[in-house]
Design a protein around this ligand. Structure first.
Ligand SMILES: [Zn+2]
Length: 178
């Protein structure tokens, strides 16, 4: 018996490329789970905030029904490189965000959700850009002013700056030699 029984491996849909537009209500009816990754530079609201756009956000989302409500649960994960607003150097910022969304079609309906669920508001098209869900989760985890911890406390950093030779002083010396 050499045949490889691939059907056993199809419980979870592993995708090289995640779908752009998804219909959360249909996915919930069909109890779909999507697992895959999405390059950061394809997420428009994120691409300008990170230095490593070539890196990927990993996504594992399960769609299901709880009573009449469609639920999206799972996680979004990415190793972001942000730009330190102090030294402009790269700042490693790993993000793991748990996703608990209740699908709603109005703000009123969103207000009725239990506190454990964030509203995922659908417009009349009924479809939503998966990148928007991922962007929402990542943006929540990105600080308003990204900073290295050692940059935030000036004590340790000023010493090394002071001890460095001022490049303009060197230029001034060269001028006087000529
Ligand atoms: Zn810094």
């Amino acid at each position: 018996m050499t045949a490889f029984d691939i059907s056993r491996y199809h419980c979870t849909i592993m995708l090289d490329r995640l779908p752009d537009l998804i219909d959360p209500l249909e996915f919930a009816e069909k109890k779909r789970r999507i697992v895959g990754s999405m390059p950061l530079n394809t997420i428009s609201r994120i691409q300008d905030m990170v230095l490593n756009g070539e890196a990927e956000a990993k996504v594992d989302l399960e769609f299901k029904k709880e009573g009449r409500r469609a639920i999206v649960s799972g996680w979004v994960e990415a190793d972001l490189k942000l730009e330190c607003q102090c030294c402009l150097g790269p700042l490693d910022w790993p993000v793991h965000s748990e996703v608990h969304l209740g699908v709603v079609s109005s703000i009123d309906e969103g207000n009725l959700l239990p506190e454990t669920l964030e509203p995922l508001l659908l417009d009349e098209t009924g479809v939503i850009d998966l990148a928007d869900i991922v962007a929402d989760e990542l943006l929540l985890a990105i600080p308003a002013i990204p900073q290295h911890s050692h940059c935030a406390s000036p004590k340790t950093e000023t010493n090394s700056v002071d001890s460095r030779e001022n490049p303009f002083a060197v230029l001034a010396q060269l001028k006087t030699i000529r």
